[in-house]
Ligand binder design. Structure first.
Ligand SMILES: NC(=O)c1ccc[n+]([C@@H]2O[C@H](COP(=O)([O-])OP(=O)(O)OC[C@H]3O[C@@H](n4cnc5c(N)ncnc54)[C@H](OP(=O)(O)O)[C@@H]3O)[C@@H](O)[C@H]2O)c1
Length: 389
């Protein structure tokens, strides 16, 4: 038989059609006409690539209707990666942007949506240490979460604590990492300071409110409904401002006796920039983490100079693996103990079956969630994953 791998470049996608009935090829019995993609790996691994899993496939760029449950090749772990049977994954606002055709995955990452997973270890690369098959694992990934299997570098993988459900674990990584990095590593919020967190009812906001409050800061939020504001107050916010009915600048000045705040965590962007700068105290820090409202505007830089302000932006996914490993460690050291003890909790709004990813996206796009929206995989036992700590 012709060795096809010598005719094509590694990575080149080639459909191969076999019509061999009950023939053994490298110990694999195809038994029917099939096809697979050549990858820059060994022949045996390429055969393994032929295995399909259920995953959410994007049929184009667009609205939630472009998401469908379909088949995709199972990912192959590199030598430092775990292959994980995903029980639960989570939505992030960035997934909506990627679905519409923006925020492409960094080179080498899966095209499948999904930035965090909780599940069990199915297999692993040769350089992985400390993990065995069947271990319960959760963590942040560069893509590929909306699927029955995904890969994660073992240095970013975290062991699911005893008593946690897969839902509980899947709701943690992206929002707690983002909140910790921005509020503390970059924003240097300290006890006794004051922070305004916009979109306090978002996934990131619900984590940020809790950790800022726990660190001894005074926390204000904005949100679009009274229910979300009440939810934020339960999580530790001192007060909330409904941005649809009140001017948050005037409200912050009133709530702080005209002093303003030390830190602002903002996801809205252009329409809020000048107002965020206006409510910061001297030496204040603005963390720009999202651009839901737009990215282009004009500001008076005099405000930045006069008040010696810092405007800091960051995005999680494009950062290097080494940086993301450090981000994981900082979270594990500072906040995982409180999450294990139950004094911090991920806020879970709704759990959809993976097949309803489209409905879940529409739900997030309508701003209906307070906290996280999760997707559970077809293979996962729903009853095993319902109970939190
Ligand atoms: N840079 C990073 O590393 C990083 C990482 C993770 C997330 N993020 C960003 O963080 C933000 C939150 O993400 P998430 O997944 O937690 O979001 P989410 O759960 O979908 O929540 C977003 C909330 O923002 C509010 N909102 C929407 N449009 C708004 C507008 N025009 N003006 C004011 N508020 C508006 C809505 O709440 P209301 O009902 O209160 O309006 C909505 O529920 C997103 O911008 C995301 O891209 C950044």
């Amino acid at each position: 038989m012709e060795i096809l791998s010598e005719r094509f470049a590694p990575g080149q996608k080639v459909d191969i059609y076999f019509s061999i009935k009950n023939q053994e090829i490298d110990n694999v019995d195809f038994g029917f006409t099939t096809r697979y993609h050549l990858a820059p790996t060994t022949y045996t691994e390429r055969l393994a690539n032929n295995k399909n899993m259920k995953a959410i496939i994007r049929t184009g760029d667009g609205g939630p209707e472009v998401l469908h449950l379909g088949d995709a090749p199972t990912p192959q772990p590199t030598e430092t990666q775990l292959l994980v049977d995903v029980h639960v994954t989570a939505l992030n606002r960035a997934d909506l942007v990627q679905r519409r055709g923006g925020y492409p995955p960094p080179p080498g990452e899966s095209e499948i949506l999904g930035l965090e997973i909780a599940g069990t270890v199915a297999a692993m690369g040769s350089a992985v240490t400390g993990w065995t098959e069947g271990d319960k694992v959760f963590g942040l990934i560069g893509g590929g979460g909306y699927a029955e299997q995904a890969v994660i570098d073992y240095r970013m993988a975290m062991r699911i604590p005893d008593g946690w459900s897969f839902e509980h674990a899947a709701a943690v990584p992206e929002v707690f990492f983002t909140a910790n990095e921005n509020i503390f590593t970059l924003g240097r919020l300290s006890a006794g300071e004051t922070i305004l967190i916009h979109a306090g009812g978002s996934g990131v906001g619900s984590a940020g409110v809790q950790i800022a409050h726990r660190a001894g800061a005074r926390v204000f939020v904005t949100a679009g409904t009274a229910t979300k504001i009440a939810g934020c107050e339960t999580l530790g916010a001192t007060a909330g401002i409904n941005y649809k009915t009140a001017d948050f600048v005037a409200e912050i000045q009133r709530l702080t006796n005209g002093e303003g705040v030390d830190v602002v965590l903002d996801f809205i962007g252009a329409p809020y920039l000048a107002r965020n700068l206006a409510i910061l105290k001297t030496w204040g820090r603005l963390l720009q983490v999202g651009l839901i409202g737009g990215s282009t505007t004009e500001i008076d830089l005099g405000t930045v100079m006069r008040k010696r302000l810092k405007l800091i932006g960051s995005v999680m996914r494009p950062q290097s693996l080494e940086e993301k490993i450090r981000i994981t460690r900082r979270f594990v050291e500072r906040w995982l103990p409180a999450l294990k003890a139950g004094t911090l909790q991920p806020v879970i709004d709704t759990v959809f079956p993976l097949a309803q990813a489209s409905e879940a996206h529409a739900y997030m796009e309508a701003n209906r969630n307070f906290g996280k929206i999760l997707l559970f995989c077809p293979g996962a036992k729903r009853t095993d994953t319902l109970v939190g700590p």
